[in-house]
Design a protein around this ligand. Structure first.
Ligand SMILES: [Zn+2]
Length: 127
């Protein structure tokens, strides 16, 4: 078994990374020799198996840091993965147009709802 976990000195506590199926990665400081194969998730206590640490992870002594998923891209961000997987450009552009049409309709609906809210909550005249 190979440990790809950085250590501070020989033996002693190390920071290991575990992954909850529900809440994602978290780090825990554990004794190197006793390093458990799984730990309870700090959020839901579900057994969370040890995982290989992310490449840019920095060891922190004595800290338990919850993992955080990467920021989601903007919903309308251009995603060319399907093109890379062989989708024809015309099909991809049609899908993109459809996404924008849905996005525009949602924006219009939200603006209308906000206008209705303003009218409903406007102060009555003469007061
Ligand atoms: Zn959890």
């Amino acid at each position: 078994m190979t440990f790809i976990v950085r250590t501070r000195g020989a033996g002693g506590p190390i920071v290991a990374e575990y992954a909850c199926p529900e809440h994602g990665r978290f780090e825990a400081t554990v004794e190197r020799i006793l390093m458990p194969d799984a730990l309870p998730c700090p959020d839901c206590s579900a057994p969370s198996p040890w995982t290989i640490s992310a490449p840019l992870y920095k060891p922190q002594r004595g800290a338990v840091v919850r993992g955080r998923p990467a920021d989601k891209p903007h919903p309308m961000a251009m995603d060319t993965r399907e093109l890379g997987e062989g989708m024809p450009i015309a099909e991809w552009k049609a899908k993109r147009r459809k996404q924008w049409a849905e996005h525009d309709r949602a924006t219009v609906r939200r603006d209308q709802a906000q206008r209705v809210e303003r009218v409903l909550h406007a102060p009555e005249p003469g007061k």
